[in-house]
Design a protein around this ligand. Structure first.
Ligand code: TRP
Length: 472
């Protein structure tokens, strides 16, 4: 039966609740797992400088824009676009698809973190020399990581089924601040190891010779990924926000917190990494090898800290993955008139399949590739290197050229009751500079990257969505 009357929109319980939910969405595996290893693979300091520019010029503007669109329309991604023009609904649909794709690998890594919280107690740290091999053996084994991934997914289902204010908000409030404190503690341990200075040099002394088009695209994609932008996630969260909140200042706060956590994670990891003589470009295993190594040096107390660290990493990952699932669920609720629970079960059912394939692609299924990459990389590279950036570009064009300037001003100043001194700067940046900048970075990145056919496939997907826009 079709539902006719408009359902009462859920709302955040408090300002702090929203802030923690939005920051919780932003701070996640992207900051602690992905940022350090990307930095390591892209040569350190120079990557960080480019990343910071992407975050504060592009990311902050897009986050402000997403909050404004979400709250203005009171609708999640697809609905928000649609309420202005049917032709634009593909931009929202691209976001929903990105949500599915990110949820095709994110829970796998979330599962690793969950497993490591338990393994910390069962002797993981006993043999520090073997931590690298242990990680490789774990993620490539056929069954064990699947179990953890499914547990992680199940936790998402439980939280999102309860609804935004109930489940998502509570999870972030206490645990996010705790993670912050623990990171500071790890930093103290890490920088006090002999030989750690080289790590700080690596992080803060840019080596520009390492930079090319694909570095810049990687930094831009990471900025979007880490800030949860470019797929309507912050549109959706903004739609649950009441009219009194100051949007630009919330965007600035979330962006700053997210960036602070990423940089702290870098400072926690690289000094220790150099002290232990490990490889900065080691890739996705970085946190899972370096952090336990730091704790292994500490004896008995290290076990405790290791459990705590990975448990908090799980929480950080959860407050992010629920926001991804929420985008998909909100689409089904708003556009397909589904009830919350069936929407959660249907979408997570598909994610179970994609995650299993992703996890297996690192081990037994490593021979199976799509357009030159395994399933895990397929989801990861497509979203991070293309969908999010293009999604952000579309949003910037939409905000700059479709929505009326007065309406934006009204929304961002709460009807003129709060100040947004940088409104003109934000508006012109979003309307003219960001779309062009993203286009340039995307083109030069795609020409420099190895997985060209995958990139072209991604662009084709976007074109197809645009053609079928009216049906979405
Ligand atoms: N930002 C999260 C992280 O850093 C991941 C994430 C959550 C995300 N929601 C998103 C990424 C929306 C892109 C878009 O772990």
């Amino acid at each position: 039966m079709q539902q006719v009357e408009k359902k009462q929109r859920e709302n955040w319980g408090s300002r702090f609740g929203f802030l923690m939910a939005a920051a919780g969405s932003a701070v996640g595996l992207g900051n602690i797992w992905r940022f350090p290893y990307l930095t390591g693979m892209n040569g350190g300091g120079a990557f960080i400088v480019i990343y910071l520019i992407c975050v504060f010029v592009v990311g902050l503007s897009i986050m402000t824009a997403e909050f404004a669109v979400g709250r203005r329309t009171g609708l999640a991604a697809v609905g928000a676009y649609k309420s202005y023009s049917n032709r634009w609904s593909f931009a929202g649909a691209l976001g929903v698809l990105s949500g599915f794709f990110i949820m095709g690998f994110y829970p796998v890594v979330g599962g690793w973190a969950l497993a490591y919280a338990f393994k910390s107690v069962t002797g993981l740290l006993a043999n520090p020399g073997a931590l690298g091999d242990a990680f490789g053996a774990f993620i490539t084994s056929p069954v064990e990581p699947l179990v953890w991934t499914l547990i992680f997914l199940a936790l998402n289902v439980v939280i999102v089924a309860k609804g935004v204010a109930g489940g998502i908000e509570k999870a972030g409030k206490v645990l996010m601040p705790t993670l912050f404190v623990l990171l500071i503690f790890i930093i103290f341990r890490s920088v006090s190891l002999p030989g750690s200075g080289a790590g700080l040099t690596f992080l803060f002394k840019p080596d520009w010779s390492q930079v090319n088009g694909s570095t810049v695209l990687a930094a831009l994609g990471q900025a979007f990924f880490s800030l949860s932008l470019g797929m309507g996630c912050m549109i959706t969260y903004g739609s649950y926000l009441n009219k009194k909140e100051n949007l630009p200042s919330n965007a600035l706060l979330v962006t700053s917190m997210d960036t602070a956590v990423a940089i702290l994670a870098g400072i926690a990891i690289f000094p220790a990494l150099f002290a232990f003589g490990m490889e900065p470009a080691a890739g996705p295993g970085l946190v899972f090898v370096v952090v336990p190594s730091i704790f292994a040096e500490m004896g008995g107390a290290g076990v405790l800290f290791s459990v705590l660290f990975f448990a908090l990493l799980v929480v950080a990952a959860l407050t992010s993955s629920v926001s991804l699932l929420e985008v998909v669920v909100a689409y089904l609720i708003d556009q397909k008139n589904m009830e919350r629970k069936p929407a959660v079960y249907a979408s997570s059912g598909i994610m179970v399949v994609t995650c299993i394939l992703s996890s297996l692609s690192l081990g037994v299924m490593s021979g199976f590739t799509i357009l030159g990459v395994g399933v895990f990389d397929f989801f990861d590279i497509l979203t991070d290197k293309i969908f999010l950036a293009i999604g952000g570009m579309l949003l910037a064009i939409f905000v700059g050229w479709v929505i009326k300037k007065e309406d934006l001003k009204d929304e961002l100043t709460n009807g003129g009751t709060v100040k947004f001194a940088l409104f003109e700067a934000w508006y012109n940046l979003t309307k003219y500079v960001i779309p062009v900048a993203i286009a340039i970075v995307a083109i030069s990145g795609i020409t420099a990257i190895a997985q060209k056919s995958l990139m072209i496939f991604g662009l084709l997907v976007i074109v197809v969505l645009a053609l079928f826009s009216k049906k979405l």
